[in-house]
Design a protein around this ligand. Sequence first.
Ligand SMILES: C[S@@+](CC[C@H](N)C(=O)[O-])C[C@H]1O[C@@H](n2cnc3c(N)ncnc32)[C@H](O)[C@@H]1O
Length: 274
Amino acid sequence: MHPGTMQSNFAHFCHLLLERSGLVLDEDKHYLVDTRLSHIAEHHGFASVDALLSKLQTGPVESLVTECVEALATHESSFFRDTLPFTQLANVILPKIIEHKSISKSLRIWSAACSTGQEPYSIAMTLQEHIDKLQGWHIEIIATDMVAKAVEQAQSGFYTDFEIGRGLKPEQLHRWFHKTEGGYLIDPSLRRMMHFHTYNLLAPPTVRGPFDIIFCRNVLIYFNRDKKIEILKRLGSLLGREGLLILGSAETVIGLCDTFEPLDGHHGLFRLKA
Ligand SMILES: C[S@@+](CC[C@H](N)C(=O)[O-])C[C@H]1O[C@@H](n2cnc3c(N)ncnc32)[C@H](O)[C@@H]1O
């Protein structure tokens, strides 16, 4: 294929990816597209990844577009990833919520890019460790991701030995997981606390606010400035007045929008501006 045509196919795919998912691909990421899309090209009988990209440009089929866009998402996750957000949840956030919601006794948490579920299950395990203080509370954990396959795995609660080996203490493994063929299954009591949906952060909300806590970690890093701002505003509209937004360790709201401000002394925690 002519190099100019290949370049145009690649540029079109970058644009499509940005519009559909917010993910930004740099000009030098041809190798990433090749690696992630080669099995899709093969599966659908295209002679090459470029032939697949050409199809996406000239006569796209919706299901193929979705498959290709989803293949570019990175699902890297682990239980209790970065540790700090979960100690903050236990030691800073829960005590505040238990105090100011002592009448309504309702706690709503959203894991807004939950990948394969390690984040929401880590939230659930953290809550369970403090369940004596939450007796009689109505607790909801909503977990969403743009990629249906990731949400399906999260919902199944099945993890391979490798996934289980990342982030869990032996006592957590023992208490919350059951050995099964090829891996482990999460305890049904944790799964029952959870509602899973597919949801693209760029779309009008299909989840209902207000939330007390929104975890939106390690996803904004993949977006450009405009998409970050768009998503932060949307998250702000779904957060309760006293609610907290938790971002990834390399993410911030600073310099992006004035919906949120950092919570003094607590890295990664943000509240709505008064
Ligand atoms: C690197 S994982 C982070 C998972 C988890 N939050 C953590 O910190 O371990 C990023 C996730 O964001 C999801 N994602 C990417 N773009 C998205 C979008 N526009 N809407 C919703 N989820 C998206 C990906 O599918 C992926 O599962």
